[in-house]
Design a protein around this ligand. Structure first.
Ligand code: PEP
Ligand code: MG
Length: 747
């Protein structure tokens, strides 16, 4: 039994220290500066369960267990875990662990916090991967280390780990667990590094950097600096300094967020020297493992540490860039975000499990939530049971550029943890296995000059951190900025901020996030839509317990009707916008959702003026997404609005009585139904007469066949999803030409 220091471990020690431990030891040996630490080997765990008599108790519990019965599995897991966690570790073992910890403190010359990580291992199966199945604990200090070691050991028996072993045919008694104890770095700077380009595989190192801890990047809450180093010419070829509005740091072992002032936020994080040193470490690791690496690094007291390294799994071979696949289809749904992605299935029951999803995995869940966005970024594809083309998973994955299939009904049942699959986000199918893709002829025509269209082509945005990507489409602005995705991603319910007397904090968060989008598109206009989240979507948030339970949330307390009842909230939104106007941003539009009465527009406008927003400095408009608003459009335009935008997702659901999120009636959801088109045609006619601009921002604006009709009806702009901007522009170009030709012919 024993404690092994990193410098005593090598890559062949997996049976003793697990994959994670062996990897750290190996890096230490090749002089990569990993934070120091030690591993409590797998024999120690075995000794613990043998001398304490736990071994037979655990075996008894597991005998004849039916892992498909989730309730029984959960209760057996709980029993074994509490047995392990409540049994004292024999003195001799505890002493050895604590004396190693003290040695670490001595070497560092200060109090150290450690990360305690599980590293499971199967003695005769060094290649078995249990990555991410057991627990990790951060910021552990002093004697409490013993308690966390036991917690790591007990995590060998989580329901998922037990299930996985049974499914893969591992005998429980063949599997053991080592525990890695590693000094935590309280970094002044940190980030990630791809030793080679993560998509094309070119010899270009890409480094992302922020101040403080790296969580800020992983959570997507901060725009990091990006540095590109060309390994052929040995030069830094690109430097983009991000606006790092805050940093995450550790104070007394607690992780806290600190806002950064404008100067610090826009300061470059890494010097040229630091970039070059990082690149060199990256090259040593890449050469050692023979494959490009995705590296996490940190700098503390001017010392660089390599915190983690794993192979890059996203590099696409050249012939995979444009794709078509064939194979056995095991799941079908709606193709919600185009592209093909393959990888290992990770089934996510709730946002608590998102750390299971590693770079390149296929995320499978009932329906995604805003808390899952970090994992959605890492995923190679997303599959959900529920949802239609405008559900959370569909909207967010399109913006992130991750292939997605939604509304599969039984994806989480048919797809099993660990299965390898290929997802086609265009056809809406999932194939068994990692399939080879075939090169497909490019369908779109290359034009020598950018297409200029009279009808503007805009883009929809929901995730502020993806706004730059959206702006890169060349869109003429944002026709719909849905703020609810970002609000639902905040730490608590918006009304809870207000009830807790923290209106300012909420306004700050809105201000910060909205600004990212305005800046990414400046000076092109961004139409910010006031909050529109149904009650059921708010319920999971802290403070969301008081949300009314509604039989029909789509017809309930949402949109502008809600903001007028919760006026403080509407005021918070306007306060944030006012700050942005005062800073000189001139590309702001405000759009009200779910309008169905004239009075709603009047009241909202009064509050807007009351909050000091100058109407001559913004565009003010409404969404037409209820049949009521379409039918009373004559009265609504009299309220001096600058524009209307068709929310065809809602307009279609309310006109046809088809729930947009219900996959059972998805076949009836048709934005080109004559009734819907009649309403749209009527609104465009009336608006033209009154000089009010018309636009569309519903999903139908991304469908070329619908766009064609709308252009013929005289719509002024179309706002599409990122992935559809180009096709929509081409359609508009062609239709406009056709209209002009017909006019000429008739002269
Ligand atoms: C719509 O209803 O078409 C729309 C764009 O709004 P949302 O999808 O956010 O309800
Ligand atoms: Mg809507």
């Amino acid at each position: 039994m024993g404690v092994l220091w990193f410098n005593e471990i090598g890559k062949n020690d997996i049976p003793l220290v697990g994959g994670k431990g062996a990897n750290l030891g190996e890096m230490f040996r090749i002089e990569i500066p990993v934070p120091n630490g030690f591993v409590i080997d797998s024999k120690t765990y075995r000794e613990f369960i043998e001398v304490t008599g736990l071994k037979t108790k655990i075996e008894d519990e597991l005998k004849g267990l039916n892992v498909e019965d989730t309730d029984v599995l959960t209760s057996v897991s709980q029993k074994i875990r509490s047995l392990i966690e409540s049994t004292p570790i024999p003195d001799e073992i505890a002493k050895e662990i604590l004396s190693a910890y003290k040695q670490l403190e001595k070497e560092e010359g200060k109090k150290v916090f450690v990360a305690v990580r599980s590293s499971a291992t199967a003695e005769d199966l060094p290649d078995a991967s249990f990555a991410g199945q057991q627990d990790t604990f951060l910021n552990v200090q002093g004697d409490e280390l013993i308690e966390y070691v036991r917690k790591c050991w007990s995590s060998l028996y989580t329901p998922r780990a037990i299930y996985y072993r049974v499914q893969k045919g591992f005998r429980h008694e063949d599997v053991s667990i080592a525990v890695v104890v590693q000094k935590m770095v309280n970094s002044e700077k940190s980030g990630v590094m791809f030793t080679s380009h993560p998509v094309t595989g070119e010899r270009k190192t890409i480094i992302e950097a922020v101040f403080g801890l790296g969580e800020a990047i992983v959570s997507g809450r901060v725009t990091p600096d990006t540095y590109v180093f060309d390994r052929e010419t040995r030069e830094i070829v690109d430097i983009k300094v991000g606006e790092k509005t805050m940093m995450i740091t550790k104070r007394d072992g607690k992780t806290v967020e600190v806002e950064l002032d404008v100067e610090k936020a826009n300061q470059r994080v890494l010097s040229d020297d630091e970039i070059i040193k990082l690149v060199e470490f990256g090259e040593i690791i890449e050469n050692h493992y023979g494959t490009p690496q995705d590296v996490e690094w940190a700098i503390e007291d001017n010392r660089i540490y390599i915190v983690q390294s794993r192979p890059v799994t996203t590099i696409k071979k050249k012939d995979e860039v444009s794709e078509e696949v064939e194979g056995e289809i095991i799941v079908r749904g709606l193709g919600a975000s185009p592209g093909i992605g393959s990888g290992v299935v990770k089934i996510i029951g709730s946002e608590k499990e998102i750390s299971k999803v590693q770079e390149g995995d296929v995320l499978v869940t009932t329906m995604t939530t805003p808390d899952m966005v970090p994992a959605m970024r890492r995923a190679s594809a997303i599959v959900t049971d529920e949802g239609g083309m405008t559900c959370h998973a569909a909207i967010v994955s399109r913006e992130l550029g991750v292939p997605a299939v939604v509304g599969t009904k039984d994806g989480t049942k048919i797809l099993k943890e660990g299965m390898k699959v290929t997802v086609d986000g265009e056809k809406g199918v999932v194939y068994l296995g990692i399939l080879k893709t075939e090169k497909k002829e490019e369908k779109t025509i290359e034009y020598s000059a950018p297409l200029i269209t009279a009808t503007e082509v805009k883009v929809n945005v929901s995730i502020p951190d993806a706004a730059e990507r959206a702006a890169a489409t060349g869109a003429d602005g944002v026709g719909l900025f849905r703020i609810e995705h970002m609000v639902l991603g905040l730490e608590k319910h918006p009304m809870k901020y207000i009830r807790d007397g923290e209106m300012d904090r909420y306004v700050d968060a809105l201000y910060r996030e909205i600004k990212k989008v305005l800046k990414a598109f400046y000076p092109k206009p961004v139409w910010i839509r006031t909050l529109d989240a149904p009650t059921d979507e708010f319920r999971a948030m802290e403070g969301g317990e008081d949300e009314p339970i509604e039989a029909n949330p789509m017809l309930g307390f949402r949109g502008i009707r809600r903001d007028l009842r919760e006026e403080e909230h509407l005021r918070a939104e306007f306060k944030a916008i006012k700050r942005l106007i005062d800073e000189g941003l001139t590309n702001i539009g405000i759009m009200l959702p779910l309008v169905s009465n004239v009075e709603e527009v009047r009241k909202a406008k009064r509050i807007l003026i009351d909050e000091g927003i100058p109407l001559d400095k913004i565009e003010f408009g409404i969404m037409v997404e209820t049949p009521a608003s379409a039918l009373i459009i004559e009265d609504l335009v009299k309220e001096e609005i600058d524009f209307v935008s068709f929310g065809t997702n809602d307009l279609t659901q309310y006109t046809l009585a088809v729930d947009r999120n219900n996959e059972n009636v998805a076949y009836l959801f048709d934005e080109t139904h004559p009734a819907v088109l009649k309403l749209i045609e009527h609104v465009i006619k009336v608006c033209k007469k009154h000089g009010v601009k018309t636009s569309i921002c519903g999903q139908a604006g991304s469908y070329p066949h619908v766009v064609e009709k709308l252009v013929e009806l005289g719509i002024d702009s179309v706002s599409a999803n990122q992935d559809a901007v180009r096709a929509v522009r081409e359609t508009i170009y062609r239709v406009e030409k056709k209209i002009m030709l017909e006019k000429l012919r008739n002269l």
